[in-house]
Design a protein around this ligand. Structure first.
Ligand SMILES: Nc1ncnc2c1ncn2[C@@H]1O[C@H](COP(=O)(O)OP(=O)(O)OP(=O)(O)O)[C@@H](O)[C@H]1O
Length: 261
């Protein structure tokens, strides 16, 4: 279907360097529209985190470009960029002596001079509720379990109320139900999101489009039903895809097994 609105994120033939001697990602082209979720998949070391770092500007664009809200990184004022994009990295550096509330409040920093204290409080409370951490609001970050820390980081990103959410392996440390709930919540929030996922069975129910990476390059960008096929998955992951119909939902779900068995 042809889309009429402008993408929140548009990436065209992007190549980015981590340092003068390291090409982090090459030949990346994809778009994310409002309310859409894109899953980035690929084996360890295929460049998924590097791609997110290229989009946040941590890695230097050497050719091609990316646009956020139709502006290049140079055109977007830093305050607007801070309000627009929220990122949860794989390993967040958080002061363990902050309470959950103090930490989630950091998501409000880009909005400091634009919203009332009431508005900040509302956004923080809602974000903490959304990730089911209300009962830990006043607990220190360092006293949370790994999964709870992960949820607090997501709440920090939600409280920022961004237009674009970048999540690097957000389901790490989460129990099976919490994984499903988190991805459902990201979808429900309706924020354009780009999410690195290792858990392949979660991709089809969650993602509108999938970006498959191998050796720091994009292999394909397509909807899950197109991409979750042996032609794409086996050469990259060494896995065979077994699609079958969900007995109640009547949609396709995918099972994966080693191609060598
Ligand atoms: N600054 C750098 N200098 C040299 N190599 C780097 C640098 N940054 C990343 N790499 C390498 O680039 C490759 C891709 O790293 P990246 O973290 O993007 O992979 P990934 O797909 O996110 O992996 P994982 O699934 O294990 O998290 C890795 O082999 C990594 O060692």
């Amino acid at each position: 279907m042809k889309k009429t609105n402008k993408p929140i994120l548009s990436v065209q033939a992007l190549c980015a360097n981590a340092s003068a001697h390291w090409r982090a990602v090459s030949d990346i082209t994809f778009e994310v529209f409002e309310g859409e979720c894109v899953a980035i998949i690929g084996p360890n070391g295929s460049g998924k985190s590097s791609l997110l770092k290229a989009i946040t500007g941590e890695y230097k664009t050497v050719s091609g470009h990316f646009k956020i809200l139709d502006c290049t990184a140079q055109q977007l004022p830093i305050e607007k960029l801070a309000k627009t994009v929220a990122m949860v990295a794989q390993h967040e550096q958080v002061d363990p002596r902050m309470t959950v509330k103090e930490y989630v409040f950091l998501g409000r920093v880009p909005h400091t001079f634009w919203c009332s204290q009431q508005e900040h409080e509302r956004a923080v409370k809602q974000a903490i509720e959304d990730v089911n951490l209300s009962h830990k609001t006043h607990q220190y970050f360092g006293e949370l379990s790994g999964g709870e820390q992960q949820r607090a980081s997501i709440a920090r990103a939600f409280s920022q109320e961004p237009k674009l959410l970048l999540l690097d392996e957000p389901t790490n440390h989460l129990d099976p139900l919490a994984r499903l709930e988190l991805l459902k919540l990201v979808k429900q929030r309706g924020i354009a999101s780009v999410v690195v996922l290792h858990d392949l069975p979660l991709v089809t129910p969650f993602a509108d489009n999938v970006l498959l990476m191998s050796q720091q390059k994009m292999v394909a960008f397509a909807p899950p039903d197109t991409l979750m096929q042996d032609d794409f998955i086996t050469p990259v992951f060494g896995l065979r895809v077994i699609p079958f119909s969900h007995p109640k939902m009547h949609n396709t779900i995918h099972h994966f097994e080693a191609a060598s068995f």
